[in-house]
Design a protein around this ligand. Structure first.
Ligand code: DX5
Ligand code: ZN
Length: 211
Protein backbone atom coordinates (compact mmCIF):
# COMPACT_ATOMS: atom_id res chain seq x y z
CA UNK A 1 0.00 0.00 0.00
CA UNK A 2 1.26 3.46 -0.88
CA UNK A 3 0.61 6.20 1.68
CA UNK A 4 -0.10 9.87 1.00
CA UNK A 5 -0.40 11.91 4.21
CA UNK A 6 -2.75 14.89 3.84
CA UNK A 7 -1.07 18.05 5.07
CA UNK A 8 -4.50 19.45 5.95
CA UNK A 9 -3.93 17.94 9.39
CA UNK A 10 -0.36 19.28 9.71
CA UNK A 11 0.62 22.21 11.91
CA UNK A 12 0.64 25.09 9.39
CA UNK A 13 2.73 27.16 11.79
CA UNK A 14 5.67 24.91 10.93
CA UNK A 15 4.56 23.51 7.61
CA UNK A 16 8.00 23.00 6.06
CA UNK A 17 9.18 21.01 9.09
CA UNK A 18 5.99 18.94 8.97
CA UNK A 19 6.51 18.11 5.30
CA UNK A 20 10.15 17.19 5.95
CA UNK A 21 9.02 14.98 8.82
CA UNK A 22 6.46 12.96 6.81
CA UNK A 23 8.99 12.54 3.99
CA UNK A 24 11.59 11.30 6.49
CA UNK A 25 8.90 8.99 7.88
CA UNK A 26 8.78 7.28 4.47
CA UNK A 27 5.50 8.47 2.99
CA UNK A 28 5.10 7.86 -0.74
CA UNK A 29 3.35 11.10 -1.75
CA UNK A 30 2.46 14.39 -0.10
CA UNK A 31 -1.30 14.95 -0.48
CA UNK A 32 -2.38 18.58 -0.86
CA UNK A 33 -6.06 19.52 -0.49
CA UNK A 34 -7.04 22.59 -2.49
CA UNK A 35 -10.47 23.94 -1.43
CA UNK A 36 -12.12 27.03 -2.89
CA UNK A 37 -14.97 27.77 -0.45
CA UNK A 38 -17.52 27.06 -3.21
CA UNK A 39 -17.34 23.39 -4.16
CA UNK A 40 -16.69 22.61 -0.48
CA UNK A 41 -17.49 24.74 2.59
CA UNK A 42 -13.84 25.36 3.45
CA UNK A 43 -10.83 27.25 2.12
CA UNK A 44 -7.31 25.91 2.28
CA UNK A 45 -4.24 26.96 0.40
CA UNK A 46 -2.93 28.50 -2.79
CA UNK A 47 0.30 28.51 -4.80
CA UNK A 48 2.28 30.53 -2.23
CA UNK A 49 1.87 27.77 0.34
CA UNK A 50 2.38 24.96 -2.18
CA UNK A 51 5.70 26.55 -3.07
CA UNK A 52 6.87 26.02 0.53
CA UNK A 53 5.67 22.42 0.41
CA UNK A 54 7.60 21.79 -2.81
CA UNK A 55 10.78 23.22 -1.24
CA UNK A 56 10.46 20.96 1.80
CA UNK A 57 9.31 17.76 0.08
CA UNK A 58 11.52 14.94 -1.15
CA UNK A 59 8.43 13.02 -2.32
CA UNK A 60 6.11 13.59 -5.27
CA UNK A 61 3.00 15.71 -4.74
CA UNK A 62 -0.57 14.47 -5.05
CA UNK A 63 -2.81 17.53 -5.54
CA UNK A 64 -6.54 17.07 -4.87
CA UNK A 65 -8.67 19.88 -6.29
CA UNK A 66 -12.00 20.51 -4.54
CA UNK A 67 -12.97 23.53 -6.59
CA UNK A 68 -15.55 24.85 -9.04
CA UNK A 69 -13.35 26.04 -11.87
CA UNK A 70 -11.05 23.08 -12.48
CA UNK A 71 -9.28 24.41 -15.56
CA UNK A 72 -8.28 27.63 -13.77
CA UNK A 73 -6.85 25.69 -10.82
CA UNK A 74 -5.03 23.25 -13.09
CA UNK A 75 -3.20 26.25 -14.60
CA UNK A 76 -2.43 27.54 -11.11
CA UNK A 77 -0.91 24.31 -9.77
CA UNK A 78 0.58 22.63 -12.86
CA UNK A 79 3.85 24.63 -12.54
CA UNK A 80 4.58 22.64 -9.34
CA UNK A 81 4.74 19.45 -11.43
CA UNK A 82 2.74 17.18 -9.11
CA UNK A 83 2.69 13.47 -9.85
CA UNK A 84 -1.14 13.48 -9.80
CA UNK A 85 -3.67 16.24 -10.26
CA UNK A 86 -7.20 15.13 -9.30
CA UNK A 87 -10.50 16.83 -10.07
CA UNK A 88 -14.06 16.04 -8.95
CA UNK A 89 -16.38 14.64 -11.62
CA UNK A 90 -19.34 16.35 -9.89
CA UNK A 91 -17.88 19.70 -10.96
CA UNK A 92 -16.76 18.99 -14.51
CA UNK A 93 -18.83 19.11 -17.71
CA UNK A 94 -15.95 18.44 -20.11
CA UNK A 95 -13.92 15.79 -18.34
CA UNK A 96 -12.11 14.35 -21.39
CA UNK A 97 -10.91 17.81 -22.35
CA UNK A 98 -9.66 18.48 -18.81
CA UNK A 99 -7.92 15.09 -18.61
CA UNK A 100 -6.11 15.83 -21.87
CA UNK A 101 -5.14 19.28 -20.65
CA UNK A 102 -3.58 17.81 -17.48
CA UNK A 103 -1.76 15.14 -19.49
CA UNK A 104 -0.45 17.70 -21.99
CA UNK A 105 1.07 19.54 -19.00
CA UNK A 106 3.06 16.38 -18.21
CA UNK A 107 1.00 15.43 -15.14
CA UNK A 108 -0.97 12.24 -14.43
CA UNK A 109 -4.71 13.02 -14.44
CA UNK A 110 -6.98 11.56 -11.78
CA UNK A 111 -10.73 11.79 -11.31
CA UNK A 112 -12.47 11.97 -7.91
CA UNK A 113 -15.83 10.56 -6.81
CA UNK A 114 -17.78 11.91 -3.85
CA UNK A 115 -19.18 9.17 -1.58
CA UNK A 116 -22.65 9.37 -3.18
CA UNK A 117 -21.41 9.46 -6.79
CA UNK A 118 -21.71 6.14 -8.63
CA UNK A 119 -18.93 4.61 -10.71
CA UNK A 120 -21.14 4.82 -13.85
CA UNK A 121 -20.32 8.54 -13.98
CA UNK A 122 -16.66 7.80 -14.74
CA UNK A 123 -16.76 4.42 -16.46
CA UNK A 124 -16.00 5.99 -19.85
CA UNK A 125 -13.10 7.96 -18.38
CA UNK A 126 -11.28 4.95 -16.98
CA UNK A 127 -9.27 4.34 -20.12
CA UNK A 128 -7.84 7.89 -20.09
CA UNK A 129 -7.03 8.53 -16.41
CA UNK A 130 -4.11 7.24 -14.34
CA UNK A 131 -6.05 7.08 -11.08
CA UNK A 132 -9.52 7.22 -9.54
CA UNK A 133 -9.73 8.85 -6.12
CA UNK A 134 -12.69 7.52 -4.14
CA UNK A 135 -13.80 9.83 -1.33
CA UNK A 136 -14.78 7.94 1.82
CA UNK A 137 -16.03 11.14 3.53
CA UNK A 138 -17.77 14.23 2.16
CA UNK A 139 -14.86 16.46 1.16
CA UNK A 140 -14.09 19.66 3.04
CA UNK A 141 -12.55 18.70 6.36
CA UNK A 142 -10.09 16.34 7.97
CA UNK A 143 -10.98 14.06 10.85
CA UNK A 144 -14.36 12.76 9.60
CA UNK A 145 -15.74 9.25 9.92
CA UNK A 146 -15.13 6.69 7.15
CA UNK A 147 -18.33 5.81 5.20
CA UNK A 148 -18.33 1.97 5.03
CA UNK A 149 -20.41 1.45 1.85
CA UNK A 150 -17.52 2.93 -0.09
CA UNK A 151 -15.85 -0.50 0.20
CA UNK A 152 -18.48 -2.06 -2.04
CA UNK A 153 -18.06 0.77 -4.54
CA UNK A 154 -14.29 0.22 -4.64
CA UNK A 155 -14.77 -3.48 -5.39
CA UNK A 156 -17.11 -2.69 -8.28
CA UNK A 157 -14.73 -0.02 -9.51
CA UNK A 158 -11.86 -2.52 -9.43
CA UNK A 159 -13.87 -4.86 -11.72
CA UNK A 160 -14.50 -2.08 -14.24
CA UNK A 161 -10.83 -1.03 -14.11
CA UNK A 162 -9.78 -4.61 -14.98
CA UNK A 163 -11.87 -4.31 -18.14
CA UNK A 164 -11.05 -0.76 -19.25
CA UNK A 165 -7.55 0.05 -17.95
CA UNK A 166 -5.83 -2.39 -15.54
CA UNK A 167 -2.99 0.11 -14.96
CA UNK A 168 -5.38 2.69 -13.46
CA UNK A 169 -4.77 3.09 -9.71
CA UNK A 170 -7.36 3.41 -6.95
CA UNK A 171 -6.81 5.93 -4.17
CA UNK A 172 -9.06 6.38 -1.12
CA UNK A 173 -9.35 9.58 0.93
CA UNK A 174 -11.15 10.21 4.22
CA UNK A 175 -11.23 8.55 7.60
CA UNK A 176 -8.47 6.08 6.75
CA UNK A 177 -6.72 4.45 9.73
CA UNK A 178 -5.34 1.11 10.92
CA UNK A 179 -8.98 0.18 11.70
CA UNK A 180 -9.98 -0.02 8.01
CA UNK A 181 -6.69 -0.48 6.15
CA UNK A 182 -7.06 -4.27 5.77
CA UNK A 183 -10.54 -3.89 4.26
CA UNK A 184 -9.21 -1.27 1.84
CA UNK A 185 -6.32 -3.54 0.85
CA UNK A 186 -8.71 -6.45 0.23
CA UNK A 187 -10.97 -4.23 -1.87
CA UNK A 188 -8.06 -3.46 -4.22
CA UNK A 189 -6.91 0.01 -3.12
CA UNK A 190 -3.39 1.08 -4.22
CA UNK A 191 -2.92 4.40 -2.38
CA UNK A 192 -4.46 5.71 0.84
CA UNK A 193 -4.64 9.32 1.91
CA UNK A 194 -4.52 9.81 5.66
CA UNK A 195 -4.59 13.12 7.51
CA UNK A 196 -5.67 13.08 11.13
CA UNK A 197 -4.51 9.49 11.63
CA UNK A 198 -0.91 10.15 10.52
CA UNK A 199 -0.55 13.55 12.18
CA UNK A 200 -1.78 12.39 15.60
CA UNK A 201 1.20 10.38 16.72
CA UNK A 202 4.59 9.12 15.63
CA UNK A 203 4.57 9.77 11.87
CA UNK A 204 6.85 6.86 10.94
CA UNK A 205 4.87 4.42 13.05
CA UNK A 206 1.54 5.63 11.70
CA UNK A 207 2.68 5.48 8.06
CA UNK A 208 4.21 2.01 8.55
CA UNK A 209 0.94 0.76 10.04
CA UNK A 210 -0.84 1.59 6.77
CA UNK A 211 1.71 0.05 4.37
C1 DX5 B 1 -11.08 15.86 2.89
C2 DX5 B 1 -9.70 15.82 2.30
C3 DX5 B 1 -8.84 14.78 2.89
C4 DX5 B 1 -8.63 14.94 4.38
C5 DX5 B 1 -8.36 13.59 4.95
O1 DX5 B 1 -11.85 16.76 2.19
O2 DX5 B 1 -9.76 15.57 0.90
O3 DX5 B 1 -7.62 14.64 2.21
O4 DX5 B 1 -7.60 15.81 4.71
O5 DX5 B 1 -8.30 13.70 6.33
P1 DX5 B 1 -8.59 12.46 7.30
O6 DX5 B 1 -7.61 11.38 6.96
O7 DX5 B 1 -8.40 13.05 8.65
O8 DX5 B 1 -10.01 12.04 7.03
ZN1 ZN C 1 -7.84 14.99 -0.17
Amino acid sequence: MLVAPSILSANFGKLEAEVQAICAADCDFVHIDVMDGHFVPNLTLGPVVVESVVKASTKPLDIHLMVQNNSFFVDLFAPFKPEFLSFHIEEEKHANRLVQKIRDLGIKPAVVLNPHTGIESIEYLLEVVDMVLVMSVNPGFGGQKFIPNVLEKIKRLKDRIEIWNPKCLIEVDGGVSSANIELLREAGVDIVVAGSYVFSGDYAQKIASLK
